[in-house]
Design a protein around this ligand. Structure first.
Ligand SMILES: [Zn+2]
Length: 578
């Protein structure tokens, strides 16, 4: 493909990480990797202007790099064109009542202003335009070398960090950086693939509680009624996951689960949350995911009553809820998928949202039974099918997403649709192989990055390792191509007739969709008069017209395709031939 070839050529011969074949268009710098961030953030009562001192440590994967770029939003100009996909503009969520921000373009006058950039005490040349901080290195990079750069900047963030009042009228600060808005308040490589460890120290008036990713490592009272609180995340995470909550909060510690600390951080006035229910769900989901997928990758888990967003946000080790705890099982599943194993590009966002949706469903089955599971699955399926039919060119894996902000433009296809892909894969491989594949995918990529192809390879290897797995599934390219990279849904018209003299059930299926043929391993359920239960026949529909015959002693009452909804996205209509 042309664009990928161009970026390969421009990156030169010392390319260390080849970009995936399909990738969003974030301008990755392949010659370097961000290792660690340390942020010192000063917050105050009187002003929304925050001051940040930052140390960013990078390692070089190539010789000869002369500069590095970080994302950091400039001050929004009055001449800016309103654009909801622009990550450096205020969202409607930002309801700060201090400082600038009104006018036709949200956030005019807000943004960050650089104060200084140094390395080892020596000033660095830099430019800060177009929301990119371009830093000239003191000398060209050496492969394997590391550099720590110290930055200072300040401003009123236009987005990314909510500063305002919660519903009780208290002043609060909560990060809201998904998917590319960390750059509004922190200078970062603001892309999902740039995972790094981080430390944050917040200096704020001492009546605030402060929570962030990882573990609290230091609390120090300072003169003037201030307190410095430090949190350290020792597991690498992407910048959008950098959580910060600064608010009056009451902390309720739950019992540890498998050695991991659990807690709820609530506004002191919040009487609505049912904490015993929250603790029970939290424990049960944690046990279920740990047993199914593999050990939890992080240090603690906090459920945080936050302000500024909608629904809930799965920030690593500190889930933010903007209302109730309903999304808990979904957000907890993200700690494994999205947070510990992170999609390498936004094109593969289904590896996060589709997985969280599917594992939430599996937890529903585990905790509330198969019928509730099937009801939820089919409800999700209906939305995903409706979307796919209305948007036949849209696919589960994005095709080189142009703007990161559009990553959930096809949300029903990503969440429920992605979950349906996993349900179908689960059906094709069977529970044992699917689970082994999930465990190996997690073990291979925990605290790293993964693509849809990595998932395919893990599933193929799990199939090869299991003597009960059909050898045709040693290569699952067909499956991943038809379900992830093709729009629409398969549509099958079927008829059946019973031949009483030959005692044979004849079935005929025609694939009527326009986007190409599908391979559909599935099942036929045949109910017989006066007989409890039903007969099941396995079959594969993979041709334009598929005709099959099954021995059957009596005429069926009814014939149904895919009775257990293993292929939820299949739209099938099966009738008796006249
Ligand atoms: Zn989610």
């Amino acid at each position: 493909m042309m664009r990928t070839m161009m970026s390969l050529l421009m990156a030169g011969a010392s390319l260390a990480i080849a970009p995936p074949a399909m990738a969003d268009r974030y301008p990755l710098q392949h010659g370097l990797q961000v290792r660690d961030y340390a942020f010192d953030i000063a917050l105050s009562e009187e002003s929304d202007d925050i001051r940040v001192n930052e140390t960013v440590e990078v390692s070089f994967l190539a010789d000869g790099l002369k500069a590095i770029d970080l994302d950091l939003c400039n001050v929004v100009a009055a001449s800016a064109k309103p654009d909801p996909l622009e990550p450096c503009e205020a969202t409607e969520r930002q309801n700060t009542d201090l400082g600038p921000g009104s006018g036709p373009v949200p956030g005019v006058g807000r943004g960050m202003t650089m104060i200084s950039a140094t390395a080892g005490g020596t000033p660095l040349r830099f430019t800060h335009i177009g929301n990119r901080l371009h830093l000239t290195l003191p000398q060209p990079s050496r492969k394997g070398g590391r550099l720590a750069i110290d930055l200072a900047y300040h401003g009123v963030p236009a987005a990314g960090l909510f500063i305002g009042k919660n519903k009780y009228g208290d002043r609060v600060f909560f990060s809201d950086s998904w998917p590319n808005r960390a750059r509004n308040w922190l200078a970062t490589v603001d892309h999902i693939s740039a995972k790094a460890t981080k430390t944050v120290t917040v200096t704020a008036p001492s009546h605030y509680q402060v929570i962030s990713n990882g573990l609290e490592t230091r609390v120090a009272d300072l003169p003037g009624g201030l307190r410095a609180t430090t949190w350290r995340e020792a597991v690498p995470i992407p910048s959008w996951q950098f959580s910060l909550g600064v608010a009056p909060m009451t902390v309720t510690r739950f019992d540890q689960v498998r050695g991991v600390d659990f807690a709820a951080w609530l506004a002191p006035q919040n009487q609505a949350a049912d904490l015993s229910q929250a603790e029970a769900t939290s424990r049960a989901a944690f046990d279920f995911y740990s047993d199914y997928i593999g050990p939890y990758a992080f240090e603690k888990l906090a459920h945080v009553d936050a302000t500024g967003g909608r629904g809930a946000m799965e920030l690593a080790t500190s889930i933010f809820y903007f209302g109730d705890f309903r999304a808990m099982a979904h957000e907890m599943a993200h700690q494994w998928f999205g947070n510990a194993v992170t999609e390498a590009t936004w094109d593969d966002v289904w590896l996060s949202e589709g997985f969280a949706t599917y594992f939430d469903l599996l937890f529903t089955e585990h905790s509330r039974g198969h019928d509730t599971f099937l009801t939820s699955l089919r409800r999700g399926r209906d939305g995903a099918v409706k979307y796919a039919l209305a948007h036949p060119d849209s696919t589960v894996v994005h095709r080189d997403l142009a703007r990161d902000s559009e990553v959930l433009g096809n949300a029903p296809q990503i969440y429920a649709g992605g979950a349906m892909v996993l349900r179908t894969l689960n059906g094709v491989l069977g529970d044992r192989v699917f689970r082994a594949g999930i465990r190996s995918y997690y073990a291979r990529h925990v605290n790293g990055l993964a693509t849809s192809d990595d998932l395919r390879l893990a599933m193929e290897d799990a199939c090869r390792a299991d003597s009960g797995c059909e050898s045709e599934n040693n290569d699952l390219t067909w499956f991943f191509d038809q379900w992830l990279r093709r729009g629409g849904v398969p549509q099958v018209q079927g008829t059946w007739r019973y031949d009483p003299t030959r005692k044979v059930l004849e079935v005929a299926f025609t694939q009527t969709q326009k986007q190409g043929l599908y391979r559909l391993p599935t099942e036929l359920a045949v109910s017989l008069p006066g007989v409890a239960g039903e007969r099941r026949f396995k079959l594969v529909i993979d041709a334009p017209n598929t005709k099959l015959a099954f021995r059957l002693d009596a005429a069926p009452q009814d014939v149904a395709l895919d009775p257990d909804t293993w292929t939820p996205m299949l739209k099938a209509d099966v009738t008796q031939a006249r």
